[in-house]
Design a protein around this ligand. Structure first.
Ligand code: ATP
Ligand code: ZN
Ligand code: MG
Length: 313
């Protein structure tokens, strides 16, 4: 009788549907590493991501933006000038290195071979993991007072400590930003123009996006106040899309007007000696790639020729 019940249960058991991440792995696009939000990209996946990256750069080149490729790390001294420590401590990551001698090395190996914690024997280095690629350009502007306005086309891998089962929320992901630093009016105009152009680029790929006012996930109780005022002043707009399998609409691009926040913290002067204002429009290259794969199909060789040609596939 017991056996019969078990067999019935087995026969009617609904096989859990494959998640988007399962499907991306089955299709040979992303490979799990064992850590949520950290995936290995295959050539088939990377071709799509590179196509998106290059498309953004072709547009930025028409604006005569300076193309820069950011390392995935930022000097700790620069990091301290951004608002990350105050506002997003839960997302940041630090690089620690071994700086001991032979005695400390033996201790390290002993702990590791016994399966004991060993990373506390490492020392903080002068590097932090880069959380947003625009952070790398402000020190460059500060070094050349009065020579702006500056326009950068900048991309690189970012880190955020936000492990998730949704493959569109990664801990290590490619961000591509077009960043203006200069007068207040120029920054606002850049934000508006780049948001429009970004929307047109995403729509040309067949993605349905909606522009929504947004706020950053500022930490703690003070953070709630900061987020409310960011919304109030309409400083951040996201272009969101429905990605099959995701619980909420997903931001594929964000447009931000920082006022003189970075100008003040990095000491950036405009041509007339005022504090610079800045604005950035950030494309989430991996998110756009995954949104395309989730909506157009997991085999890019079968995508519409018009889409393939836009991405130069
Ligand atoms: P979200 O609200 O989804 O957390 P965000 O507001 O933190 O996004 P930004 O800080 O504005 O995003 O970053 C610029 C772009 O980088 C986003 O529009 C998104 O496309 C992409 N992005 C942000 N966080 C991630 C992540 N964890 N994984 C992949 N892409 C991301
Ligand atoms: Zn930015
Ligand atoms: Mg976020």
């Amino acid at each position: 009788m017991v056996l019969h019940t078990m067999e019935t249960a087995k026969a009617t058991e609904v096989r859990p549907t494959r998640t988007l991440l399962d499907q991306l792995e089955d299709a040979g696009l992303l490979l799990r590493t064992g850590v949520d939000g950290l995936y290995i990209r295959t050539a088939a996946y990377q071709e799509v991501a590179d196509g998106i990256d290059a498309m953004v750069s072709r547009w930025a080149a028409t604006l005569h933006a300076t193309r820069l490729h950011m390392p995935p790390l930022i000097p700790r001294t620069s990091f301290e000038r951004t608002n990350y420590l105050e506002s997003f401590p839960d997302l940041m990551g630090s690089v620690h290195v071994f700086a001991g001698g032979e005695v400390e090395h033996r201790q390290l190996l002993q702990r590791a071979t016994r399966g004991h914690p060993w990373s506390e024997l490492l020392q903080p280095s002068e590097l932090m993991l880069e959380p947003a690629v625009c952070h790398g350009v402000y020190p460059l502007c500060a070094r050349r007072p009065g020579s702006g306005p500056w326009l950068f086309d900048v991309s690189g891998h970012c880190f955020r400590s936000e492990p998730s089962k949704e493959p569109t929320r990664l801990q290590s992901f490619l961000m591509h930003e077009v960043v203006y630093v200069g007068e207040a009016a120029g920054a606002e105009a850049h934000r508006d123009m780049a948001l429009d152009r970004g929307q047109a680029l995403l729509e040309s790929l067949g993605l349905e996006v909606a522009a929504v006012p947004a706020s950053d996930p500022f930490f703690g109780r003070v953070g709630n106040v900061l987020a409310a005022s960011q919304l109030d002043e309409q400083l951040k707009t996201e272009l969101v899309a429905e990605v099959p399998g995701n619980s909420r609409p997903t931001a594929l691009l964000s447009a931000n007007y920082h006022r003189d926040h970075f100008g003040r913290s990095f000491g950036i002067e405009t041509t007339v000696g005022e504090l610079a204002h800045s604005a950035c429009v950030g494309f989430g290259v991996d998110r756009i790639a995954i949104a395309l794969l989730a909506t157009q199909g997991l085999d890019p060789s079968r995508w519409a020729p018009s889409l393939r040609s836009l991405l130069r596939l």
